[in-house]
Design a protein around this ligand. Structure first.
Ligand code: TYM
Length: 329
């Protein structure tokens, strides 16, 4: 029996090359080796205010991005998180096991609530990792392929799974996070000390998967660089290191090959080359994306949710029984 992987992306804001290189790309590579389930995490998206119509559109768009990135619905299960009610049900139960101090330690919560003011942010932002734990544990997930920023949430998922198992008997598989190599964190183009982020204040922070060629060139031109002018891959040059990472991940060249190509040349030439690499990747990607109709993706999601519901409902029957809830019939 193949082991199961589960992962998801929130349909909030524009997906960027960090989401692709840190997470989605490796999903495509893992789908043959594992039994794969991928979800569009719309329940997570509403932890920040969303316009309802935009949320619907983004939910479909994310599913299309999965397909354009090579995720094969014949091999994997794709579904929308809110279509399976067991996610919120299990999140409630796990929410009674998690400790306040554990949630207070989550760096994503600290970052996000700091931006908006902790006392003003919704409680959903605080309990968000519990919902993520429910997503993962419902499906007996062994491996969770994500970017580095999500690893802390996976650690908490492991803690909650063990706590539940200790208290109520073996119920959940203890999952492991899986990082892609260099893509584990793509940094912001305007600030290489912070990760590239959908919710960044400036659009010059990220390259969206739907940016056109002119926008991509403009953003790369404006990307911050380090002092000095040579193209070298080094920890002392975090901005350039990040750009070279993007170059290597999208071109298949090694960092050393990139250094050699740009020996004696400056940032201008390098940035032009990088723009061509990014445009060369995104143009065919966007053509694929444009070729996927709403109807086609809705049909795939309908099929996917049936499979997801069957698994989730069987697991919840077991969980309810373990916890001591009286059966309804
Ligand atoms: P989200 O939507 O913020 O990000 C989706 C995926 O992209 C990765 N990522 C990055 N990787 C590299 N560099 C970056 N700058 C970068 N920014 C984001 C994230 O690590 C993630 O893998 N809570 C999750 C969604 C989720 C989920 C789950 C994931 C909901 N339920 C269950 C795994 C399992 C989130 O908000 O990801």
């Amino acid at each position: 029996m193949k082991q199961r992987i589960f992962s998801g992306v929130q349909p909030s804001g524009n997906l960027h090359i960090g989401n692709y290189l840190g997470a989605i790309r490796q999903w495509g590579e893992l789908q043959d080796q594992y039994e794969a389930i991928f979800s569009v995490a719309d329940l997570h998206a509403i932890t920040a205010p969303q316009d309802p119509e935009t949320l619907r559109q983004k939910t479909l768009e994310i599913a299309k991005i999965y397909l354009a990135a090579g995720i094969d619905p014949e091999k994997c299960t794709l579904f929308v998180q809110s279509h399976v009610k067991e996610h919120t049900e299990l999140a409630w139960i796990l929410g009674t096991l998690v400790r306040m101090a554990e949630l207070e330690r989550m760096t994503q919560y600290k970052d996000k609530s700091q931006k908006g003011g902790a006392s003003e942010s919704g409680a959903g932002l605080f309990t968000y990792p519990v919902l993520m734990a429910a997503d993962i544990l419902l499906y007996d997930t062994a491996v969770v392929p994500v970017g580095k920023d999500q690893m802390q949430h996976i650690e908490l998922t492991r803690t909650l799974a063990k706590r539940f198992n200790d208290r109520f008997g073996e119920t959940f598989v203890i999952p492991e996070g899986k990082l892609s190599k260099e893509g584990q964190v793509i940094m912001g183009l305007d600030d290489p000390s912070k990760k590239m982020s959908k919710s960044a204040a400036s659009e010059y922070n990220y390259i969206s998967l739907t940016d056109d060629a002119d926008t991509i060139r403009k953003k790369i031109k404006k990307a911050v660089t380090d002092s000095g002018s040579e193209i070298v891959y080094s920890d002392d040059k975090p901005a350039l290191k990040n750009l070279i990472n993007i170059y290597t991940l999208l071109s298949g060249k090694t960092a050393q090959e990139v250094e050699e190509m740009y020996q004696g040349k400056g940032y201008g030439d390098f940035k032009e080359g990088l723009s061509e690499v990014v445009v060369g990747f995104l143009t065919p990607f966007q053509e694929k994306l444009a070729g996927i109709s709403d109807e086609a993706v809705e049909e795939i999601l309908r099929k996917g949710v049936e499979k997801a519901r069957a698994l989730a409902s069987a697991k919840m029957t077991q969980v309810r029984e373990r916890v001591g809830f009286l059966p309804a019939e």
